[in-house]
Design a protein. Structure first.
Length: 95
C-alpha cells in the first residue's frame, strides 16, 4: 500500500549524477512502488537541485531494512566524529 506521503527537506551538500557533480538543495523521502528495484514497495530518497533541472537528481530505492540500516550507519558515523566536523561551516584555510 502506498502512503502518498512525501517528507521534503532542505539540504546543503553535493551529489554526483549522470552529468557530474551538482549542489544538492532538496531532499524527498517517500514509500512507494519503485521504478527500478525488484520489490513491491521501497523507501525512495531523491536528492535534487530543482534550479539546475532534471539532471541534478540522485535517486535511491531501498528496502525498509536497508533504509533503517542506513539511518543507523549515519548516526554511528556522526557519533564517532568530533561534534560539528560535518557541519555547514566553511573549512578553515590551509596554512
Amino acid at each position: 500500500m502506498c502512503t502518498y506521503l512525501t517528507e521534503k527537506i532542505e539540504l546543503d551538500g553535493a551529489g554526483k549524477g549522470g552529468s557530474g557533480w551538482f549542489t544538492v538543495s532538496e531532499g524527498a523521502v517517500y514509500v512507494d512502488h519503485p521504478f527500478h528495484a525488484c520489490h513491491e514497495h521501497t523507501v525512495n530518497i531523491d536528492f535534487t537541485n530543482p534550479a539546475e533541472g532534471p539532471s541534478a537528481r540522485v535517486a535511491v530505492e531501498l528496502t525498509e531494512e536497508s533504509a533503517l540500516a542506513l539511518i543507523e550507519a549515519i548516526q554511528k558515523a556522526l557519533a564517532a566524529a568530533p561534534p560539528g566536523l560535518a557541519s555547514g561551516r566553511p573549512r578553515a584555510a590551509a596554512p
